[in-house]
Ligand binder design. Structure first.
Ligand code: MGD
Ligand code: MGD
Ligand code: MO
Length: 724
């Protein structure tokens, strides 16, 4: 059997299986157990820029190995620490395999098995009752994020279901919106330089990103650039494992990146290092920007950023001398009050120096806006009546003090899928108070009994990526990936799409909106005239697993200007921001909890807590995979030796990290790998795995960023003290 035949067999099986749902047992028994191992092409579903092409080995109907596709230009044949454990995660003894109904008090985690029919009937009845009540359907709130980034399992029939119901909308802001809007205001869309051009770069800035942890498949491109002579610099308050591998670490104070970028532009203009031709042709507001950056001389920027004036000048000069500097920003640096402005300000740099002209030059936060799938057809927003929108980062408020925040009826039903809000949402104490409400009906679609599932009334078992179809965009490269199922659903698990199909049927919603099967939905996503999707067909995806967007390699989006803003220029000055009542020019916006601006608070809580991703976890996914949990040891925090000494905290001591919002405990590590005044708590732990049941989000706030209504997870003052 050729390799492609071996790829085809499970595909045909599953086409058949999906068209004949009752045939599952027969199919599994008769056709899947091929004598020789079969390799099925899949895609990693996780919320990560890399969206890997995965090869799944199946033997006797069981997945035995996952590997990176060596042919995929970005994945390059390897998977990360976490996804290498995907088989272990899939067959984990704790997988949820059948629907369950709560039998103990709320939050007790006591459940009893029920049939799908019982579970769906109960959900349908409760939702119908709420929709008919005087509170109306807006008392129902979906809560989902990117547990899987596949379009079919994250934003297709689920959306249609809630739209037809007239449920409240959810503003999905928890990660990327501040930076996304910052990019839109400046470049016109959240797109940027192509990682595949990075080898041509002569200077790489990893700015607010822990590449080796959060975007590891970029690393080979970083190394290639370095091999050809480019210095690699990390700008981060922590000397992360990435910073440790770089040529230089610039330990900036949290939340001050815009000031650094303004200071760099000050030096660039003062030294005449700008590209006048690029500025004249392709930007709007050059004179206003020149005037603005005059307010940010290196001495002032040094005070704000905690760096020396020399370091700022040196960085600016190196940036100015480079011909094609590649700035990789990521979402870490935008989790502060001024996150949108910070990303926007950094995004002005390559227009000042004209680096966009050359391969390897420019800035990348994301590539996602290039993937212009037909989302209208998939999600059908037109089916919804006008309804309120609730910001997902303010779930605590929405559940506990509806009048103070969102207005409208109280939230009486919460349907959670692809997310674990009881652990990931800020101000966890408020969230848990909300989830504990006896009058709240909570349904959780999950793989595992997470912190959130513990609060459910009904738990529904969902399939993993090995068990369902999907199609994927990416936010760190330019390839569409297809995911084929490689094994039959475990136990009674069902894909999210199927669960919403069945629920719609139970509730008597118009069947025509739920008629397509999952492959039909994939076809719909691809059914578009969008230029960049030209040539990306299901046939090619089935054959190869992935297809490059219709863009050159490397893709130079702004080599000749053609920005996607209203003016068609890089908007150094943004009229749209002026209309929003914001500063139309790049500026430094201090964090909410910037010590010198809040001296009283800073006296009690002098340290800034950064709770960015642990290497072994993907948000809260994989925390329950034994090997990874063991590698991450236990909830820890890293303190600078002087901060530890001042508090009498020895290495290995158990400490309490707290502020007025809440507290959690961790074991102290004391290292020079962090700026003084900053604490790092690798995250996101499941509360239930911690001795005190708490995690870092006990201390984070529900406040919003300047742009995009995003979260401010790292804009967070705390004190650390010895636990008794
Ligand atoms: N292993 C792993 N990979 C992941 C994830 C995960 O949980 N685990 N999460 C995925 C998700 S959802 C996302 S959004 C991406 C996030 O990708 P990244 O943004 O790369 O990840 P973070 O670790 O959140 O942030 C990167 C770094 O920003 C630094 N930082 C914090 N505040 C500031 C600041 O004000 N200025 C500067 N310059 N640096 C700052 C932190 O110290 C951290 O080292 O990663 C994805 N990849
Ligand atoms: N303190 C702090 N908090 C943070 C962050 C931080 O850095 N610090 N990072 C923030 C960021 S960037 C993000 S993106 C959010 C992430 O928050 P979430 O999107 O909630 O991410 P996860 O915690 O990984 O939870 C995803 C859940 O979806 C489930 N899941 C996966 N696939 C499927 C499926 O096909 N069907 C169903 N029904 N379920 C599925 C997984 O089992 C998992 O429990 O967290 C945010 N919270
Ligand atoms: Mo994220």
């Amino acid at each position: 059997m050729s390799r492609s035949d071996r790829l085809l067999v499970p595909y045909l099986d599953f086409v058949y299986l999906w068209q004949h749902p009752g045939a599952q047992a027969v199919m599994t028994a008769n056709t899947l157990p091929l004598a020789e191992p079969t390799i099925v092409r899949g895609a990693c579903p996780h919320d990560c820029p890399d969206t890997c092409a995965m090869l799944v080995t199946v033997e006797n109907g069981r997945a035995t190995r996952v590997a990176g596709d060596p042919d995929h230009p970005f994945t390059q044949g390897f998977l990360c620490t976490k996804v290498n454990r995907y088989v272990e995660r899939t067959y984990h003894p704790d997988r949820l395999l059948h629907p369950m109904r709560r039998v103990g008090p709320k939050g007790s985690g006591r459940f009893a098995r029920v049939s799908w029919d019982e579970a769906l009937t109960e959900v349908a009845e409760r939702l119908s009752e709420i929709a008919r009540s005087s509170d109306g359907p807006q008392a129902i709130l979906p809560y989902s994020y990117a547990g899987t980034m596949g379009l079919v399992q994250s934003s297709s029939l689920d959306r249609r279901f809630f739209h037809l119901l007239g449920a409240s909308m959810l503003d999905r802001t928890i990660c990327s919106m501040a930076g996304t809007v910052g990019m839109r205001m400046t470049l016109g869309a959240n797109i940027g330089a192509d990682a595949e051009g990075m080898p041509e770069s002569d200077l790489v800035l990893l700015w607010g990103t822990n590449t080796l942890t959060s975007n590891p498949h970029l690393w080979p491109f970083v190394l290639e650039a370095r091999k050809r002579g480019a210095p690699i610099i990390t700008i981060d308050p922590l000397r992360t494992r990435t910073a440790a591998q770089c040529d230089e670490w610039i330990p900036i104070r949290p939340g001050t990146d815009a000031a650094l970028a303004l200071g760099m532009m000050h030096v660039l203009f003062a030294r005449g290092m700008e590209d006048r031709d690029y500025l004249a042709r392709h930007t709007l507001g050059e004179d206003a920007l020149r005037a603005r950056v005059r307010e940010y001389p290196p001495e002032r920027v040094a005070t704000i950023t905690g760096l020396s004036p020399e370091a700022i000048i040196d960085l600016a000069e190196r940036y100015g001398r480079a011909r094609a500097a590649f700035i990789r920003v990521n979402y870490g640096l935008q989790r502060h009050a001024g996150g949108g402005m910070a990303v926007r300000t950094i995004a002005c740099l390559p227009a000042v120096t004209g680096h966009w002209r050359r391969a390897g030059g420019g800035v990348q936060l994301s590539t996602s806006a290039n993937f212009q799938f037909n989302k209208q057809a998939l999600e059908r927003p037109d089916l919804s009546p006008p309804v309120r929108t609730i910001n997902m980062i303010r779930l605590g408020e929405a559940l506990t003090t509806p009048d103070a925040g969102v207005g409208g009826p109280p939230v009486r039903a919460l349907l959670v899928y692809n997310s674990n809000p009881a652990a990931v949402a800020p101000d966890r104490n408020a969230v848990l108070r909300g989830l504990a409400r006896d009058d709240l009906f909570t349904v959780v679609l999950e793989h595992f009994q997470t912190d959130t599932a513990d609060w459910a009334d009904i738990v529904l078992p969902a399939t993993t990526q090995l068990e369902h179809w999907d199609i994927h965009f990416a936010y760190g490269h330019h390839y569409v990936n297809l995911n084929r199922p490689s094994v039959a659903p475990l136990g009674e698990a069902k894909p999210n799409s199927e669960i919403f199909r069945l629920l719609a049927l139970k509730m008597g919603l118009p069947g025509e909106h739920f008629a397509e099967d999952d492959l039909g939905l994939i076809r719909q996503a691809l059914d578009t005239n969008a230029e960049k999707l030209r040539g990306v067909t299901l046939e090619k995806l089935l054959e190869r697993g992935w297809v490059r967007l219709n863009v050159p390699t490397p893709y130079l989006p702004f080599a000749e200007g053609k920005f996607l803003t209203p003016s068609g220029k890089c908007e150094l000055y943004s009229e749209r921001m002026a209309q929003m009542g914001l500063d139309p020019l790049p500026t430094f916006t201090a964090p909410y909890e910037f010590p010198e601006n809040v001296p009283e608070l800073a006296k009690r809580y002098p340290l800034t807590l950064i709770s960015s991703p642990a290497h072994q976890f993907l948000n809260t996914t994989f925390v329950n995979v034994e090997a990874l949990k063991r590698a991450a040891r236990e909830p820890e925090c890293v303190l600078h030796p002087r901060d530890a000494e001042r508090r009498g905290i020895p290495v290995g001591a158990r400490v309490v990290i707290q502020n007025d919002r809440g507290a959690f405990t961790a074991v102290a590590r004391v290292e020079e790998s962090i700026r003084e005044g900053v604490v790092w708590a690798p995250s996101i732990w499941w509360g239930k795995f911690a001795a005190d049941g708490a995690n870092a989000n006990q201390t984070t706030s529900q406040r919003e960023t300047d742009l995009g209504h995003g979260p401010v997870f790292y804009d967070n003052l705390v004190e650390v003290s010895l636990a008794d």
